[in-house]
Design a protein around this ligand. Structure first.
Ligand code: ADP
Ligand code: MG
Length: 895
């Protein structure tokens, strides 16, 4: 015999024995069937076998999507046929002779299990097959057209993927319909569409990409007499009776009694309305956790149920759970999305090039979308997720590569030569300031010490100087934990630019930070200018501060344009707006971990475009951040940048002692703060709220400030800083705090970024349990910047979530920001980790933290593709090109 019928029979019998759960084959029975059919077609077949193959391919091809009843029937029908072939007969009675070209309708077959009620047929699917086939894709064949290995349908978006063999009453769906509003979907009216708008679902495409956040596993079917307490199960049972029971408290409970061949079961409901659909005599599927009621009897409480004679959606399978909002019910949403998935997923054009799909072993987009919503089992869901996760990474990588290339090729960079002698003189002149309390005078004194660069700093400087020497503009990210000394590293680059006659710019996210940098750099340059090497070269660095506060801006702009200023330090807003440089060689962006790739590119682009001379080369770019970004995300968000990591702290730093303080210990915490202040130190009290508006946050801070000033520390000077203040006000407060006009500063989350107040030795964080670890770590980094011991006190509510507890334990015991970021990301997922402010980068929805390997693959594939077709101009990449442009909302055309 040519077709391996025995193998087919064996697997079908096993599947029947396993209650039609579709869990035997890794990618689902349909996948097995697809392969089996393909294999069989390669051999020569007698007519009976040919008919069997057609029957198999037709009836079992969407096995995963059949109801249990339909599965049972389909398998039985096929087994009937194989039995007849075995007996040497033509398979006529079980499967009525269908013309070879007709894929539908299904033959009627008598099933011997489970409870028979007339099976309602699946609505004919308009489209059976989409895109190039992948190895796991089941294939509906009809022998007249099936050639082994032949591809069915095309991936051209404009091709109507309409199976000519399907007799359909529904209108033909095309890829163009994906952009149609949801009102075009059956059952969605204007009002419902409005509700869907609340969760940003507007088009069919939106719905297809609205992924469930988890699946409820109702896939295990049991007979009533097999049910075990506390297991989540599904049963197929007939409704026998419904009665109302009054409880002692006068509440009504509805008991619905159902039965199958093995026994009876009570289902309890607490709302009569819910039971209206349960009519005596109807066969239903019930899913839920098996519970217990009086006399140790097993029952279901408020189970989910639906009719057994239709395709199961809410019971008896992996049920997708979607997040909803307002009056939008999850079951309704589920149904709507299912309709979309069934109708439109098949016409989703495949944008991934076939060779990539084959190499990476990715399922088709249509399959992936279908199976990520409505998987037959966990394995299938994972296959689908993997494909979609790859897509996300791949798109991000391509976008990043395109941006980087644009940047690099628009204009070449200018090589900056490194004067080694000068560099040594600079290193020799480096100093850092230590402030401490003089025990005799009780005054704070500052001392300058020789600064020895750490190994990590030297390595980073090496990386940067090597980049600067090239004619391609540098694109580098310098990542180093809070206090690791990034400023000196950046300053070294700036100095080299200036020594070569170029200008440099250093941008900070806030005015106060810009000012801090300005003063810090001035100090460093002053001592350097006194060195012999600098004197010999007549090197004097003209450093200017450019913030919103600066008066006579026009004159300053003029001098920058004329090249009379060497280095401009300012906020990025100011620099983006107006400034034209004369010979801009290096741009440094500090603490911009929340800046997306797009903003960076724009910034770079602006720098060049605003240059007086339009043919000028692009400046080198260095981005500095203290936010340690886990590897998965690092490669995505900073994929356009080369990376230098500083994983070493300057010597003599003491780890910040961090303690989780209970509410009952609050007074003790205040006493501790008081003690630190009496030692000449200062304190931060952070009382931020998560996810609230700045207004509410400000209010909380104002109240806390009042309470602390009047009730707790009436004798001390307590300052207040919040996001509703004007920038000038904020700056004023920060200056006053730095000048020790306040002992304590009460602040909201505006304090997060980069402020350097070495004299502050203690930070108390209210509501600490509500923050992500990375953010807590950033807050904590506001202290411990000097040489003395610093402390972080974490105040949390008494009723802590498990999550909150774990986070506080983690931050208490770990001072490594990188480790914390990894934990944070695992606990919260990438979306939350970056918050909404991480704009400009496509969402990672299917991809997770553990997909590092897949990310690497995507990165590799993207650069391969890119090397070969840098502008994505080749016709087979046009769809990809379109998709990347959309996702990244590139202005205009990419090429
Ligand atoms: P960050 O990486 O957070 O931007 P900074 O550049 O602000 O860190 O440096 C923090 C403090 O450490 C500054 O006061 C700086 O002078 C000091 N510092 C930097 N490098 C060293 C070093 N190698 N040895 C000692 N102190 C250093
Ligand atoms: Mg810094």
């Amino acid at each position: 015999m040519s077709a391996d019928i025995a193998k087919l029979e064996k697997i079908l019998r096993m599947e029947a024995a396993n209650n039609y759960k579709d869990q035997l084959v890794f990618r689902g029975l349909a996948a097995f069937v697809g392969n089996w059919v393909r294999e069989s077609l390669k051999t020569s077949l007698d007519p009976a076998e040919a008919r069997l193959i057609e029957q198999v391919s037709e009836q079992l091809i969407d096995y995963g999507q059949l109801t249990v009843l339909e599965r049972a029937k389909a398998i039985q029908a096929v087994l009937d046929t194989t039995a007849e072939i075995g007996r040497g007969q033509k398979p006529a009675s079980a499967a009525p002779p269908t013309p070879l070209t007709a894929a539908r309708p299904r033959p009627e077959i008598s099933a011997n299990r489970p409870p028979a009620s007339p099976a309602r047929r699946l609505p004919p699917r308009v489209v059976d097959e989409t895109g190039p086939t992948s190895p796991i894709e089941p294939l509906t064949v009809s022998l007249s057209q099936a050639v082994p290995g032949q591809k069915v349908a095309a991936s051209n978006p404009n091709t109507t993927l309409h199976n000519p063999n399907t007799k359909t009453k529904t209108k033909t769906v095309t890829a163009a319909d994906l952009q149609a509003p949801l009102t075009t979907v059956k059952g969605v009216g204007e009002t419902y569409a409005k509700l869907l708008g609340f969760i940003n679902l507007r088009t069919v495409h939106d719905a297809l990409y609205y992924f469930p956040f988890r699946h409820e596993d109702f896939s295990s079917f049991k007979k009533i007499n097999e049910l075990m307490y506390n297991q989540t199960e599904s049963v197929i049972a007939k409704v026998v009776d419904t009665k109302g029971i009054r409880t002692g408290g006068g509440k009504e409970i509805i008991e619905v009694i159902v039965e199958d061949a093995t026994g009876r079961l009570s289902c309890f409901f607490f709302n009569r309305r819910l039971t209206y659909a349960l009519k005596a005599g109807e066969t239903m599927v019930f899913s839920g956790r098996v519970d217990m009621w009086s006399n140790n009897r097993i029952c279901f409480k408020s189970p989910t149920f639906e009719r057994a004679d239709q395709e199961l959606l809410n019971t008896g399978r992996l049920v997708p759970v979607y997040s909803t909002a307002g009056p939008l019910k999850v079951a309704t949403l589920r149904k709507m999305i299912k309709t979309c998935v069934d109708t439109y997923a098949p016409v989703l054009p495949e944008h991934l090039p076939e060779p990539i799909r084959q190499r990476v072993e990715l399922t088709s987009l249509s399959q992936a979308i279908h199976n990520y919503h409505l998987p037959a089992n966990q394995a299938i869901k994972e296959v689908a997720r993997r494909r979609l996760a790859f897509d996300e990474f791949f798109m991000v990588q391509l976008g990043v590569l395109l941006k980087r290339q644009q940047w690099r090729e628009e204009r070449p960079g200018v090589p900056i030569e490194i004067d080694r002698e000068l560099l040594q003189a600079w290193f020799d002149a480096l100093e850092f300031k230590v402030t401490r309390l003089d025990p005799e005078t009780n005054e704070m004194i500052s001392e300058l010490h020789k600064l020895e660069l750490t190994g990590a700093q030297l390595k980073a400087i090496d990386d940067i100087l090597a980049d600067l020497g090239k004619s391609k503009p540098m694109s580098r990210l310098l990542q180093g934990d809070v206090g690791s000394g990034k400023t000196v590293v950046g300053a070294t680059g700036l100095l080299m630019a200036v020594a070569n006659g170029f200008q440099g710019a250093l941008m900070a996210p806030t005015q106060i930070l810009a000012e801090q940098h300005f003063q810090g750099l001035r100090r460093l340059f002053d001592s350097f200018e006194a060195s012999e090497a600098a004197q010999a070269r007549g090197l004097k660095i003209r450093l200017e501060l450019l913030t919103g506060n600066i008066k006579k801006k026009d004159a300053l702009y003029q001098r920058i344009r004329n090249g009379e200023v060497d280095i401009v330090v300012g906020t990025s807003a100011v620099i983006q707006e107006v400034v034209a440089f004369n010979r801009l060689g290096l741009v440094i962006i500090d603490e911009q971990h929340r800046f997306g790739v797009i903003q960076r590119a724009t910034l770079r682009g602006k720098g060049a475009a605003s240059a007086a001379n339009a043919e000028r080369a692009n400046p080198h770019l260095l981005v500095m951040t203290a936010t340690p970004i886990p590897r998965t995300l690092n490669l995505t968000i900073y994929g356009d940048l080369d990376l230098s990591i500083m994983n070493e702290m300057p010597p003599g730093r003491l780890a910040i002692k961090t303690r989780w303080v209970k509410q009952s210990e609050r007074q003790g915490a205040y006493n501790f703060i008081r003690k630190q202040i009496s030692l000449g130190r200062q304190a931060f009290v952070i009382c931020p709220l998560v996810e609230e508006s700045e207004k509410i946050e400000a209010k909380a801070a104002i109240e806390e400030h009042l309470r602390l000033q009047t009730e707790v520390f009436p004798d001390l000077k307590v300052g207040l800083l919040h996001g509703r203040m004007k920038p000038v006000e904020k700056d004023l407060i920060m200056h006053q705090f730095r000048d020790r006009q306040y002992d304590i500063l009460v602040a909201t989350s505006v304090i997060e970024v980069g402020i350097d107040i070495p004299n502050a030795s203690v930070i108390l964080i209210e509501g600490a349990d509500r923050f992500g670890l990375s953010q807590l770590h950033q807050f904590r980094g506001r202290v411990g910047r000097g040489q003395s011991q610093s402390y972080c006190l974490l105040m949390a509510s008494e009723e802590l979530s498990q999550d909150g507890r774990e986070r506080l334990r983690a931050i208490e015991t770990t001072s490594d920001g990188f480790v914390l970021a990894e934990i944070d990301l695992k606990m919260r997922g990438p979306g939350e980790f970056f918050g909404t402010r991480q704009s400009g980068v496509p969402d990672l929805r299917a991809a997770g933290v553990n997909d590092v390997e897949l990310l690497e693959t995507a990165r590799h594939e993207a650069s391969q593709l890119f090397a070969h077709d840098p502008d994505l101009r080749q016709p087979e990449h046009s769809l990809l090109h379109q998709k990347v442009s959309q996702l990244w909302s590139f202005e205009g055309d990419l090429s």
